[in-house]
Each structure stands twice: as structure tokens, then as C-alpha cells.
Design a protein around this ligand. Structure first.
Ligand code: NDP
Length: 253
């Protein structure tokens, strides 16, 4: 028996990186999956990959910061999948800089994608989840929520997501909906590749540097986060609500 048989999941920013690994893990456990992201080409490639595996996938372009696109997107997803059981708020961006060099736009864009995006998507999803008295909302926060040089905007947004997680856990728990967050450490994706580029290092150099700081002696893969997301999506975690699970290869400090 697959862990997510009969479930339907909506994943934002899921055409690559962590979101894609979550989409694949959910599909391999029997879920119907909907991925919404910005780039049409990346979505088409994802559809091809899923078709080859024989998995159900529904995709469309959606900017999580656009309220109307989000509301239409959730309506379309429910029409297509028949229900909405799991939401993963994964879409994310970085605009790193030290405070004195950070532009207003760097601040606003990061807040909009992580906080407003998660707010819009969670509000749209709960309307369906409350009616069916079941839901799982999984917010992708970050270890940067605990503070990280050069990420005043991102750390603030990711810490804000943890507050939102706990509040929604209290509000939605009575309807059978759990809301939890994952705080990934360094995960090998396009986002951390961009960090290497910004620091003038090769990706391999950055990975080697980060590996020295991580107790398990390696950096993370998107699949490491997908396993944590599976736990929160599963029926077995129904008494786990409002928690933040750091997936960092060691204690988050
Ligand atoms: P990626 O940059 O690889 O993927 C992020 C995806 O989100 C991209 O497909 C991106 O689209 C999409 N996206 C960005 N803005 C929007 C938007 N407004 N609406 C819809 N989709 C959008 O990042 P990761 O896979 O590394 O990160 C996934 C999540 O995990 C993010 O929330 C990130 O902050 C978090 N995280 C990542 C860590 C890491 O080490 N990689 C560590 C801790 C947390 P496009 O391709 O157009 O940019």
C-alpha cells in the first residue's frame, strides 16, 4: 500500500530543485500531483519526466505573489484532481546582500514570494481542506531563519514562515488540517549554485567548504527534504502539528 494513495498534492515552485524532488516522492507514493511554477518550458519537461514514470501530473504557470493567479490556480487544480489534500509552499528566491547594500526591491521581492505567496496559497487551499475536514500544509522555511550573514531579507521571511506555520496549525487543527515547516540546511540546487556564482566560487568548491561544517559530512540533496515532506504529508504524522523540522545534517544552530 502506497503512503499517499488517493491523495492530491499542490506544490509551488516545483519544476526543479527541492519542489521537484517532493513532487516525484509524492507521485511515487501514489499521490496525484499538481505543480505550479513560473517557467512554462521547465513545466513541460517535468510533465515528460512524469509521463515516462507513468505518474499523474498536472502543471500550469502561476506566480505565487499574484492573488488572482493563485485563486484561479487552486480552482483549476481542484477541478483537475478532484480534491486538494496536501499543499507544499516551496516557491522561493534569494536576493542576498549585506544590509547596507540591500535595495528596497531586494527586501520587497523576497517578502512577497515567501510570505505573501504562502499566505495566498494557504488561504486558497484551506477553503477546500476545511470543507473536507482533512489537509496537510507544509511550508519550506530554512535554517537561515535562525540568522545568516547577507540574508536579512531571506532570514526574516523564513522566520516569518515559522510564525505563520504555528498560527495556522492552531487555527486549522480543529478541521483535521496539520501545518508544519521544514528548515533545510545547504541543499544542492540551482539556488545554492547561484550562491556559489555570487561568491566567485565553483559549485564544487562551495560544497567542499560547506561539507566541513556539516556533522554528517555531506551537503544535502533535494531528496533529503522530500523524505521530510513525505513524513508531514502522511497519515502517520496526524498528531504532529505546528512543528519545524530542521533537515541540516546536524543540530541547527
Ligand atoms: P530553486 O531556485 O531551485 O527553485 C525554486 C523554484 O521556485 C523555481 O522553479 C522558481 O522559478 C520558483 N519560483 C520563484 N519565484 C516564484 C513565484 N513568484 N511563483 C512561483 N514560483 C516561483 O530553489 P530550491 O529548490 O533550492 O528551493 C526551494 C525552497 O527551499 C525555497 O523556498 C528555498 O528558499 C528553500 N530552501 C532552499 C535551500 C537550499 O539550500 N537550496 C535551503 C533552505 C531553504 P524560476 O525558475 O523562474 O526562478
Amino acid at each position: 500500500m502506497k503512503r499517499l494513495n488517493g491523495r492530491s498534492a499542490f506544490i509551488t515552485g516545483g519544476s526543479r530543485g527541492i519542489g521537484k524532488a517532493i513532487a516525484k516522492a509524492f507521485a511515487s507514493e501514489g499521490a496525484k500531483v499538481c505543480v505550479a511554477d513560473l517557467q512554462q518550458q521547465a513545466l513541460l519537461e517535468l510533465e515528460q519526466e512524469f509521463t515516462q514514470e507513468g505518474w499523474d501530473l498536472f502543471t500550469f504557470q502561476m506566480d505565487v505573489t499574484d492573488k488572482h493567479q493563485v485563486e484561479q490556480g487552486f480552482y483549476k487544480a481542484v477541478e483537475e484532481m478532484g480534491s486538494l489534500d496536501i499543499l507544499v509552499n516551496n516557491a522561493g528566491i534569494t536576493r542576498d546582500n549585506l544590509l547596507f547594500k540591500m535595495e528596497d526591491d531586494d527586501w520587497d521581492k523576497v517578502m512577497d514570494v515567501h510570505l505573501k505567496g504562502t499566505f495566498y496559497c494557504s488561504r486558497a487551499a484551506q477553503a477546500y481542506m476545511v470543507k473536507q475536514r482533512f489537509g496537510r500544509i507544509i511550508n519550506i522555511s530554512s535554517v537561515s531563519a535562525l540568522g545568516n550573514r547577507g540574508q536579512a531579507n531571506y532570514s526574516t521571511a523564513k522566520a516569518g514562515l515559522q510564525g505563520l506555520t504555528k498560527t495556522l496549525a492552531i487555527e486549522l487543527g480543529p478541521y483535521g488540517i496539520t501545518v508544519n515547516a521544514i528548515g533545510p540546511g545547504f541543499i544542492e540546487t540551482a539556488m545554492t549554485q547561484a550562491t556559489a556564482d555570487r561568491l566567485g566560487m565553483s559549485f564544487e568548491e562551495l560544497i567542499a567548504y560547506k561539507t566541513k561544517e556539516i556533522p554528517v559530512g555531506r551537503t544535502g540533496k533535494p531528496e533529503d527534504i522530500a523524505q521530510a515532506a513525505l513524513f508531514f504529508a502522511d497519515n502517520a504524522s496526524s498528531f504532529v502539528n505546528g512543528q519545524v523540522l530542521y533537515v541540516t545534517g546536524g543540530p541547527a544552530v
